[in-house]
Design a protein around this ligand. Structure first.
Ligand SMILES: Cc1cc2nc3c(=O)[nH]c(=O)nc-3n(C[C@H](O)[C@H](O)[C@H](O)COP(=O)(O)OP(=O)(O)OC[C@H]3O[C@@H](n4cnc5c(N)ncnc54)[C@H](O)[C@@H]3O)c2cc1C
Length: 475
């Protein structure tokens, strides 16, 4: 039986001011970092505690109204956009670092804490929080939990799933469940691992216990400037094949370099450069010196034009700021851009980049490449002008062709940005009928009515009965 006065009930739980229904107030919530689809939520609720989240969820579930959590809305796959008339629970007010437990090397946080604030808080104790998405100045740890986010330093240290030891979550029925433990030991099926990366479709995280990593004694950041993209790609494979696991191994091509050099943190790359590698090695001082020397040798055997070693921490910070603001810098060379995210085996980098260049030519668009080369995690940035509907269609098709290349080369349709709305149909490229049926069974077990974040991730998930306002695909 549907509950008619659900909105009034929500206001009683979180307060009138924390329930937004005014169309102007809802506008900023009608999309996230994936701007090709817009869909206005039915309402936005701003809970301040786990108990408020659980109570809100109970009211919405009883009223059969779909809902989803939202952090900073930086999802690049539409994960935080409300479909099917869903209500958004915006968790930005649950943004407290609750405890820094140095003895157990764990920090306890609410889901709305911004990623970089964790490292800033634990730095004085000699620690950092390793997963560092390039969006870390804005994205929240709840979003990282949902997307199993990665980042440049995840090559050596592992992605989010390797750094969450326990989680408190609220289920679709409003129950509070604890998973994992302080020791980070898995006993029996890895239920916590199942939830991390489930793109907000199974539970809402309300408290997270994160593993801290000791700051390395020493590190060296290296820039390698190349005249050929192919040589830069081969150098990436050669570094890893030599048994070196750098803390980070990033690559940008010429178009990306052009954009970042116009941005707020230019490094002074020559204009005719075809590719740059940003490499970081860390560890004990003697190890770092030795590894940096080995890396340099490999770079020279791949016809590197120039190798630069960061001499000061300011220089290192600037090089990283240059790289981490690369997506935003696209705005300096194009009205809009669409970020793709796919994975290929590292050895296929030269082939993948050549095929992406051919796709750009076929669809008559420009594609910049900025990516986590060491992981084989590609981020082609497809530049376009949204005022040209035909160009938008060409960009969407080119993005889909790039994913086909990733699958064909033995990789995957997403490395870290998730499936969300964007790639829901592309799931069929990667998984067979049986795989998708098994995945849908997991969703049904947690959320039989399909109320939590509908229309995302699984093309075969149960669907709720609500339709609400449908998404608008821009064309
Ligand atoms: C410029 C830029 C650079 C980026 N670089 C990277 C990168 O290097 N690596 C990378 O992995 N990603 C990157 N991203 C993508 C994005 O920042 C990550 O996916 C991030 O984890 C999203 O966090 P958020 O707080 O913005 O979450 P949102 O966008 O608000 O939400 C994302 C998903 O998480 C769910 N969710 C949010 N909070 C919770 C919660 N408490 N419980 C359950 N589900 C929840 C939402 O329902 C949604 O499905 C980048 C994005 C941008 C714009």
């Amino acid at each position: 039986m549907r509950q008619q006065n659900w909105l009034e009930d929500l206001k009683k739980i979180v307060g009138v001011r924390n329930v937004l229904t005014d169309p102007m107030a809802l506008l900023p919530y009608s999309y996230d970092g994936y701007t090709l689809v817009e869909s206005t939520p039915r309402a936005v609720v701003l809970p301040q505690s786990r108990d408020e989240v659980a109570a809100v969820v109970k009211i919405l579930a009883r009223a059969e109204i779909p809902f989803l959590a939202r952090g900073a809305g930086t999802s690049l796959s539409g994960g935080a956009t409300a479909l099917e008339g869903a209500v958004i629970l915006h968790l930005s007010r649950m943004n407290h670092i609750l405890e820094i437990d140095v003895e157990n090397e764990v920090v306890v946080v609410e889901p709305g804490v911004v990623n970089v604030h964790i490292t800033k808080a634990v730095e004085p104790y000699g620690y950092f929080y390793a997963p560092d998405p390039s969006s870390q100045q804005a994205c929240t740890i709840g979003g990282n939990f949902a997307e199993n986010s990665g980042g440049p330093h995840c090559l050596k240290y592992g992605v989010t799933v390797n750094h969450i030891v326990a989680a408190e979550v609220v289920t679709v029925d409003g129950d509070v469940v604890m998973l994992g433990n302080l020791a980070g030991e898995i006993d029996g099926p890895d239920w916590l691992g199942l939830l991390i990366g489930s793109e907000g479709t199974l539970v809402i995280a309300t408290k997270l216990w994160l593993r801290l990593t000791k700051q390395p004694a020493s590190s060296q950041t290296i820039l390698a400037l190349f005249d050929e993209v192919d040589e830069a790609s081969r150098a990436v494979s050669a570094i890893v094949a030599a048994g070196i696991i750098p803390a980070a191994l990033e690559m940008m091509d010429q178009l990306a370099i052009d954009a970042v050099e116009r941005g707020p943190y230019p490094v002074g790359y020559p204009a005719d450069l075809r590719a740059v590698l940003l490499i970081e090695v860390d560890g004990e001082r003697h190890e770092v010196l030795e590894t940096a020397r080995e890396v340099e040798e490999i770079l020279h055997s791949h016809r590197v034009r120039e190798v630069r070693l960061a001499r000061t921490s300011e220089e290192k910070t600037r090089w990283w700021a240059n790289r981490k603001t690369a997506f935003g810098a696209m705005g300096l060379i194009s009205p809009q851009y669409y970020v793709q995210d796919g994975v290929i085996p590292r050895s296929q980098l030269p082939e993948a980049l050549a095929r992406i260049a051919a796709i750009a030519k076929r669809y008559d668009i420009r594609i910049a490449n900025v990516f986590h080369a060491g992981d084989g995690n590609l981020h082609p940035l497809l530049l376009y002008d949204g005022r040209d509907p035909q160009m938008v269609q060409r960009v969407i098709q080119a993005g889909s062709d790039i994913l086909a290349v990733c699958v064909e080369l033995g990789g995957s349709i997403t490395g870290e940005h998730g499936v969300g709305i964007e790639k829901i149909e592309d799931m069929r490229r990667q998984f067979g009928e049986g795989d998708l049926k098994a995945q849908a069974a997991v969703k049904t077990a947690w959320d039989s009515e399909g109320l939590l974040n509908p229309g995302k991730l699984l093309p075969t998930a149960p669907r709720c009965h609500e339709t609400g306002s449908g998404p608008v695909k821009r064309d």
